[in-house]
Design a protein around this ligand. Sequence first.
Ligand code: ADP
Ligand code: ADP
Length: 232
Amino acid sequence: MIRIRNLTKVYTSASGTVKALDGINLDIEKGDIFGIIGLSGAGKSTLLRCINLLEKPTSGSIEIDGVEMTGLSPKELKEMRKKIGMIFQHFNLLSSRTVWGNVAFPLEIAGFDRKTINEKVENLLNLVGLSDKAKSFPSQLSGGQKQRVGIARALACDPKVLLCDEATSALDPETTFSILKLLKDINEKLGITMVVVTHEMNVIKQICNKVAVIEKSRVVEQGTTFEIFSRP
Ligand code: ADP
Ligand code: ADP
């Protein structure tokens, strides 16, 4: 589903250059919950943001569902981005919109008609267990509820891939457990491939079937979660 070859990202700024990714190779298969773990500054977030071209790779190849992502026209990229949902550590909800309005937002941008939007939002809120909060604003929700809105919004356009950037790092252990369980249920129910960036081993152990360990801009280990964590 996602094939990354020799991916390199160099940031250039006034203070110099940083090689955030150095020759990354990854194969993520359809239906995987693929964990990317490493210390702060290792390059995890950059890698995730390169997958949907929020960051432009310096060199290398990223293929998603058979389509090479580097070198797409803006129009083609917009189409491909519909296949890729993303959730964030700090949820990134629109504070002026209700729960309903946040989930409807990507559907409005995509140009769906009102009836389809209503149906889809209702189904999505049901899926994440927030039907009774449709009229609430983000400031009236707990962290876990905010992330449920983030998940519903990310799934709105029926993506094939969901990118999760430290999605539970701002949550307490109990809430983390329930959000991870929701992600696993969605993976099983809808078959969506997930890429989960985290610095927490427990997140990997709870939901990821495969994992890559990133250290100083490089993948240093890659395999099934069982293989990687049962090595002496
Ligand atoms: P992680 O997600 O593992 O914490 P990041 O991908 O955020 O790592 O960062 C990897 C490296 O790239 C770090 O050295 C970081 O300081 C640098 N970096 C990240 N984003 C930028 C940016 N926009 N400009 C310059 N350097 C950056
Ligand atoms: P958690 O169980 O994640 O710690 P909170 O203690 O933040 O959740 O919230 C518990 C309940 O109170 C939730 O159902 C949430 O919707 C509601 N709630 C939290 N903050 C507010 C608020 N500012 N206004 C209205 N309801 C709120």
